[in-house]
Each structure stands twice: as structure tokens, then as C-alpha cells.
Write a protein that binds this ligand. Structure first.
Ligand SMILES: O=C(O)C1=C[C@@H](OP(=O)(O)O)[C@@H](O)[C@H](O)C1
Ligand SMILES: C=C(OP(=O)(O)O)C(=O)O
Length: 445
């Protein structure tokens, strides 16, 4: 039961006969931190070493792209230690075709960095879904700062073409929309210190996923560049050089959400090792939502533990932690009363339209689900015994697969289609999930 290849069409999940009790889970490194560290190390002066890095489809996209741009990234320890020889702000290859799969961070961060640290033409493409994920706001901002960026098909979506005239991006002033994806802003912030002159970026509309912008600024600081911002509205960036750094990547908090939710649904307890409230990842706040639903949360030096109890539905704004919406929606199936998830309309632009996908799949289990423009209401049956196992479509979305796997904590016979899609951010998910189930079972025998 260790298939993660996409050739495996389905995975039948055994029901957990015992809840996990006082078990520990270790999750791989953060995708968002790994891809930021990689791109910043690539343009820094000197050799950087990243430890605890994530080795998955999304980080391989970034590594391959940097390789094509002439930056050496050497992997050791199964891909978790990466040594990057920085190019001091100038990519060695002046033109390249870069394939970004469905990695939003890779495509958007690279697009801006190419304008600042390259010459071009560069072409960035992705899989069919990536060709439906917005990029127009980023293109527009880059062009306002002196780049020649365009959508090849004129759609505002990838493939993107990027070039700049010698000697590089001008800087200056640009607006960027904040209500579609924070990745546009993060991409510009990381690239603009390499522009010729100072720059200011003003965010238009409500900025989504704010903790990721804080993460961007913290990582920039780690590589030696400090920028100023007022209320996440206006950012001022002075020309500066990145310097190589040692970077210990935290475990991925979005991946951790599946194990915390497992404890919530099963009534057991799981500690995810290596995360605490001081994490730079906003998604650690997911445990607070579980606390509101009735779980107990214990934070100590080893990590954060969630212990499940009777669950009640919640009304929650998940704008800042929207990668955990799928996890919460599945927890809500097992709670008493409705759960309303608000201010996450932007998740329609991710690996799939996540609001539509969730509503469809939740209904298969016997819940009512209402899709709203900004989120979702989940109305579980009044008696959890009325929930039925289902065959879950995953829409090539790793988070749909991992979140719905949690239903097997309480239901026999759940089937997950295309389980290999977890490789986007967590290739070893099924092995880790099954190992924990066996541990739970063994602890009661
Ligand atoms: O900057 C990042 O690393 C990310 C930002 C978020 O995207 P949006 O800003 O598009 O919500 C998040 O969903 C994604 O998984 C990673
Ligand atoms: C939205 C996600 O990824 P990205 O935008 O980086 O493709 C995700 O990992 O849930």
C-alpha cells in the first residue's frame, strides 16, 4: 500500500480501528519556504545551504528551472539538503524555456525574478490547469516597472514571455492587485531589490493570504534584504544585494493540518513535531480553528499536539490560511451543526476550483454543502452514523486527496482517485498516513 505513482488510479483506504493516541507525526519541509529559499539563494552572492527542504513536484519545478538558468543546486540527504551556488543577481543563461507544471509559487516567483536578474526572452509554461491560473496582474505590474512581459496567447494566463532591456529592470512605482493571489506581491518584493532604482508597490484591493507576504519579507531578511511596509498597503524597496545564508526550513504547516485534523476527527491525539506558534507559516493557526470546534491544543518544545473531542461546527474567516480550507471542510463533516467558511473566494483559482470541488465531494458523503461566492457552508447529517463512504474525485489537487483521506478515520471503504496527485507537495503522504494508522492499531493490541 505504498503507491504514489499517478498510474495508480485509485486507493481504497482501510478504516482506522483505533484512534491515534499520543502519537507523533513528522511532515516534510515547507513548500513555500523551500521555493523562497531556493530563488533567493539562486540570486544571492555566495553558497547557501538549505536543510529540511521539501523534495516534491513543486520544489523540483523550481530546482529544474534554476538549473536551466545556469544556477547550480546540488541535492543530498534524499533532497532535503540543497546547496545553491548563487549567481550574484544575474542569471548565467540569458534565454530559457521553463516548465512549471502546476506550481503557482514557481511560475510567479520566477516570472518576476527573471525580469530582475535576467535578460530574456524567457518562456514560462505550465500544465493545462496552470494555463487557467491568473497572471495578468503580475504581468501588468512588471511592465510598469520596466519589463516586457506578456501572456503568449493574449489570455492573461501562462505561457508567459519575459524579457528586459539591458541593463535590467528599472524599478519605479506599480500597483498590484491583492485579491486574487498574494504570490504576485511576493514575487515582486523578492525581485525588486535587484532593480536599478528604488521601487514602491501599492496593493489594490484586499490582500489575500497575508501571512505568506510576511513569510516573504522574513525570508528576504534572512538573505540580507530589508524592506519597509505600512499596513500591507505600500511597500518601499531599495536596490540591494542578497547574501548567501544557511537556512533551516520548517516542517510544512499545511501538511501538518492533515494530522491535526486526523486527531480531531478520530477523537485521538497527534503531535506534529517541529512546529510552534513562532512559525513563519500562517497555517499553524489552523489549530486555533480546531480549538474553536472543541479540540484541545497543547504546544510544547517538541511541537503542537491536537487532541480531539466532540466537535461543533464553526463560522470562520479562513482568508489568511486558505490552504487548510479543504482540511477544515472534511473535519466539518464530523461536527455537530453547520460550518461556514468565509472570505476564501480566491481558492477558485488554485489547483482546481476548490469551492466547487469541495461541495461536490462533501455531498457524496451525505452532507449538504452550499457553495457561496466567498466560501462554503457544510451541513453534516444530524447523526454522524448517516455519513456514507464515498469514492472521491481529486481534480489533480493534492489537498483534495489528503483532506478526504481523513474520512477513513471514521468510515470504512473510502476510495481516493488519483492518489499520486499528493506528489505536488507531499510525495510520502500515503506512507506516513498508513504508518501512523498501523502505529495506532499496534498501540492497542
Ligand atoms: O506564497 C506562497 O507560498 C503561497 C501563497 C498562497 O497562495 P495565494 O496567495 O494565491 O492564496 C498559498 O495558497 C500557496 O499554497 C502558497
Ligand atoms: C495553492 C497551492 O499551491 P500553488 O499556488 O503554489 O500552486 C497549494 O499548495 O495549495
Amino acid at each position: 500500500m505504498s503507491e504514489t505513482s499517478s498510474q495508480v488510479a485509485t486507493r481504497l483506504l482501510p478504516r482506522w480501528t483505533q484512534p491515534p493516541r499520543d502519537l507523533e507525526a513528522r511532515v516534510p519541509g515547507s513548500k513555500s519556504l523551500t521555493n523562497r529559499a531556493l530563488i533567493l539563494a539562486a540570486v544571492a552572492r555566495g553558497r547557501s545551504v538549505l536543510t529540511g527542504a521539501l523534495d516534491s513536484d513543486d520544489t523540483r519545478v523550481m530546482r529544474r528551472a534554476l538549473d536551466r538558468l545556469g544556477v547550480s543546486v546540488r541535492a543530498a540527504d534524499g533532497g532535503s539538503t540543497l546547496t545553491v551556488d548563487g549567481c550574484s543577481g544575474r542569471f548565467p543563461r540569458e534565454t530559457a524555456e521553463l516548465e512549471c507544471g502546476n506550481s503557482g509559487t514557481s511560475l510567479r516567483f520566477l516570472a518576476a525574478m527573471l525580469a530582475a536578474a535576467g535578460r530574456g526572452p524567457y518562456r514560462l509554461d505550465g500544465n493545462p490547469r496552470m494555463r487557467q491560473r491568473p497572471a495578468a496582474d503580475l504581468i501588468q505590474a512588471l511592465n510598469g516597472l520596466g519589463a516586457f512581459a506578456s501572456s503568449e496567447l493574449g489570455t492573461g494566463y501562462p505561457p508567459l514571455l519575459i524579457r528586459v532591456e539591458e541593463p535590467g529592470l528599472d524599478g519605479g512605482f506599480a500597483f498590484v492587485k491583492g485579491d486574487v493571489s498574494s504570490q504576485f506581491l511576493s514575487a515582486l518584493l523578492m525581485a525588486l531589490p535587484l532593480a536599478k532604482g528604488p521601487s514602491s508597490i501599492e496593493v489594490e484591493g484586499d490582500l489575500v493570504s497575508k501571512p505568506y507576504v510576511t513569510m516573504t519579507m522574513k525570508m528576504m531578511e534572512h538573505f540580507g534584504v530589508i524592506i519597509s511596509n505600512r499596513d500591507f498597503k505600500r511597500f518601499n524597496i531599495r536596490p540591494s544585494a542578497y547574501t548567501a545564508a544557511h537556512c533551516a526550513i520548517e516542517p510544512d504547516a499545511s501538511a501538518a493540518s492533515y494530522f491535526w485534523a486526523l486527531a480531531a476527527i478520530s477523537g485521538g491525539s497527534v503531535r506534529v513535531v517541529g512546529l510552534d506558534d513562532a512559525s513563519v507559516q500562517g497555517d499553524v493557526a489552523f489549530v486555533q480553528v480546531l480549538e474553536h470546534m472543541g479540540c484541545r491544543v497543547d504546544r510544547n518544545a517538541r511541537g503542537i499536539q491536537v487532541a480531539g473531542g466532540p466537535l461543533r461546527g464553526v463560522d470562520v474567516d479562513m482568508n489568511a490560511i486558505s490552504d487548510t480550507v479543504m482540511t477544515l471542510a472534511v473535519v466539518a463533516l464530523f461536527a455537530e451543526g453547520p460550518t461556514r467558511i468565509r472570505r476564501v473566494g480566491h481558492i477558485r483559482h488554485k489547483e482546481t476550483d476548490r469551492i466547487a470541488a469541495l461541495a461536490t465531494e462533501l455531498r457524496k458523503f451525505g452532507a449538504e454543502a452550499i457553495a457561496h461566492p466567498d466560501g462554503l457552508t457544510i451541513l453534516p447529517p444530524s447523526d454522524p452514523a448517516q455519513l456514507v463512504p464515498a469514492r472521491v474525485s481529486t481534480y489533480d489537487d493534492h489537498r483534495m486527496a489528503m483532506a478526504f483521506a481523513l474520512t477513513s478515520a471514521r468510515l470504512e471503504g473510502v476510495i481516493i482517485e488519483d492518489p499520486g496527485c499528493v506528489a505536488k507537495t507531499y510525495p510520502g503522504f500515503w506512507e506516513d498516513f498508513e504508518a501512523l494508522r498501523l502505529q495506532a492499531q499496534a498501540s492497542r493490541e
